[in-house]
Write a protein that binds this ligand. Structure first.
Ligand code: GRF
Length: 242
């Protein structure tokens, strides 16, 4: 843990969300922390590598500060410095990637070890890695003949989609599925599970615990979700949260 992050965590925990696209997961997180969970965490900063990301508009509408940090064609150490400065200035303790398409520089991963999470629209380690994002994931799942897909929340390390898995929720693949239909079914589950996991990590920080120590209870069960996505209550129950 970086020295600047030692000691008791500020309450609510300042969270940064990184997004390159439309930001529907960002929206779900904003909504979650505008309710009772607002006592636990708050979105303090939204970072994007793209000035035209829809996520930036969603952030602005919610009154959350935004920062565009271009990545393409720049050396990684410059991006890392700019990113770490922006996170420090906003007092960020926890980072949630939500459709962020760039690799997080190693210096940032090191400074925020076990404090960066990502959501991926498949059951990792299947259908992950560089270039495996968006509709490509669901197309590959259908082409492989999978009968089950799902969403994965995992810690972020120095490689794409590789850190320790925190939570997976299964989603059936239906016979008549198109990539778009499957994507929509998985996305509904993403919106239900991601904010709850981010809240659980923020709670760990507040209780002085090690964020990376987060574990889903062995007894947890996950309903296979067809049309009806789980609600926050069902996800909390699965995670053993109050
Ligand atoms: C989601 O499917 C997420 O799993 C993946 O990128 C997509 C982002 O969608 N990492 P949105 O921008 O949150 O709507």
């Amino acid at each position: 843990m970086a020295d600047s992050m030692a000691g008791a965590a500020e309450r609510p925990v300042p969270i940064a969300v990184f997004a390159s696209g439309g930001g529907s997961n960002l929206q779900a997180i904003l909504q979650h922390f505008s309710g009772p969970a607002g006592d636990v965490g708050r979105v303090a900063l939204v970072v994007s590598d793209r000035a035209d990301a829809g996520a930036l508009e969603r952030a602005a509408r919610a009154g959350v500060p935004t920062r565009v940090i271009p990545v393409r064609g720049r050396p990684s150490d410059g991006v890392a410095r700019e990113t770490l400065d922006a996170l420090a200035a906003a007092g960020v303790r926890l980072v949630a990637l939500a459709g962020y398409l760039q690799l997080i520089p190693a210096e940032v991963v090191q400074a925020f070890r076990d404090r960066i999470v990502n959501i991926h629209p498949s059951l990792l380690p299947a259908f992950g890695g560089k270039g495996m994002y968006g509709i490509r994931v669901h197309r590959a799942v259908l082409e492989a003949g999978c009968r089950v897909s799902g969403a994965t929340v995992h810690l972020v390390d120095e490689e794409y989609d590789r850190g320790r898995i925190l939570l997976q929720w299964p989603v059936p693949v239906l016979p008549e599925d198109t990539p778009e239909a499957l994507a929509a079914r998985v996305l509904r589950v993403e919106h239900a599970i991601y904010p709850v996991v981010v809240e659980a990590l923020a709670r760990n920080l507040l209780s002085g615990g090690d964020v990376g120590a987060f574990r889903v209870p062995d007894s947890a069960t996950f309903r296979l979700v067809d049309e009806e996505a789980p609600d926050a209550r069902e996800v909390r129950r699965a995670l053993g949260l109050q």
